[in-house]
Write a protein that binds this ligand. Structure first.
Ligand code: MRU
Length: 372
């Protein structure tokens, strides 16, 4: 290789006192931030038992953190990848521009190989590449500084985007609604505030007196561990249910609408999101309950005509056979663990973005929203 400075450091564990370093108003925790030339991330594998923040100074360790779900959720892994690229650029030792850009491509490839489904990851890496290209010919330290600024900008923009998604989506939530959500599309899955939970937060802030039903979201339990944690922290009423209970509550008339996030949305509106989302959408249609998807336009992949082309990640089988290291299935059993499924557009009542809401002709409306 071209002389990577490979510091294979495992992240340092640091504890960030609640709110003390929090520059983001109204957030009771910080998902990811660039601080003192390091990337700080709340460790989502440890929640809700421990609120631990990890400090990363090496891009390979950030890549491992994305793979290992220390950070997860489409927009958040986009921010993490961008910050990882900025760290990688700092680690590169190069005498020439050619050598620097060759090594930067390698850093980007490492980031791109972490998780395949959420398109925000690739969108963020592409944006970092473009930033570097725009500075080509400048001193290497200027390019490094530009990449750091760009990563911080992506994080700040994401928070603003989530607030706008919230504003557009809150109008769709009736007063007194019970909103079902799946997985965690909250502040933990973004730079803060959330997409699906951004809609819920905005409706709550508007005084709509809503409550949330959170699917536990087997096998990784994002709903049980993360969505309940962040909603309880913000005092938004939440009830935890296991995934197989959604139909029961819908059939009893106890769910007003569903709001979920997305990892990749094809040009026709077909939407990849956490495994189990498709089942919720079908149940919602059967019961005449509106089913909303909330996502930034960076989650749109208009290069794909429909959802069948979205790559679906298969994760380790131990996520299904074990819970917190304890086996719950016979040793040696055959297992499948697709981490996402695709909900066909016909089940989706509306797609809420920061630029507005698409309902009906997704092909045209999503293209228009992406072009804003
Ligand atoms: O495997 P995860 O936890 O990264 O999956 C997360 C989801 O499926 C979220 O719903 C999606 O990324 C939207 S996050 C705003």
């Amino acid at each position: 290789n071209d002389g990577f400075c490979l510091k294979q450091t495992v992240a340092d564990v640091i504890t960030v006192p609640n709110n003390k370093q929090n520059e983001v108003p109204q957030m009771s925790f910080r998902t990811i931030e660039w601080r003192d030339d390091a990337v700080i991330m709340i460790d989502q594998t440890r929640l809700p038992m421990e609120e631990i923040y990890q400090r990363y100074t090496d891009f390979n360790a950030v890549a491992e953190a994305i793979k290992g779900m220390v950070v997860r959720g489409a927009p958040a892994i986009g921010v993490a990848a961008a910050m990882g690229v900025a760290l990688g650029a700092r680690e590169i030792i190069a005498d020439t521009q050619e050598s620097f850009f060759r090594q930067l491509d390698n850093v980007c490839d490492v980031m791109a190989r972490t998780r395949p489904t959420a398109v925000n990851l690739f969108w963020a890496i592409e944006r970092m590449k473009q930033k570097a290209q725009s500075l080509k010919g400048s001193p290497l330290d200027t390019i490094r500084a530009g990449l750091k600024e760009e990563a911080i900008r992506i994080e700040a923009e994401d928070l603003a985007i989530c607030k706008n998604i919230g504003k557009h989506g809150a109008d769709l939530i009736p007063v007194g609604a019970t909103v079902l959500t799946h997985c965690n599309a909250g502040g933990l899955a973004t730079a803060g505030y959330g997409t699906a939970l951004g809609v819920i937060r905005a409706a709550h802030e508007a005084g709509k007196k809503i409550q949330v039903f959170s699917d536990e979201t087997r096998p990784w339990l994002q709903g049980a561990r993360l969505t309940t944690w962040e909603l309880m922290k913000d005092k938004i009423p939440v009830t935890l249910i296991s995934d197989n209970m959604a139909g029961f509550f819908m059939s009893r008339g106890e769910i007003t609408c569903c709001v979920v996030g997305a990892d990749r949305i094809a040009a026709n509106g077909d939407t990849a999101n956490k495994i189990g989302t498709f089942s919720v959408a079908v149940l919602a249609k059967e019961h005449g309950i509106p089913f909303y998807v909330a996502a930034p336009v960076s989650t749109l992949d208009l290069s794909l005509s429909d959802g069948s082309q979205i790559p679906i990640e298969e994760r380790p089988t131990t996520e299904v056979t074990h819970i917190r290291g304890l086996p719950i299935a016979p040793e040696g059993v055959k297992v499948r663990n697709p981490s996402f499924d695709v909900t066909p557009a016909k089940y989706i009542t509306a797609i809420i973005t920061e630029h507005g809401v698409a309902k009906g002709n997704y092909q045209e409306e999503l293209a228009a929203l992406a072009a804003v």
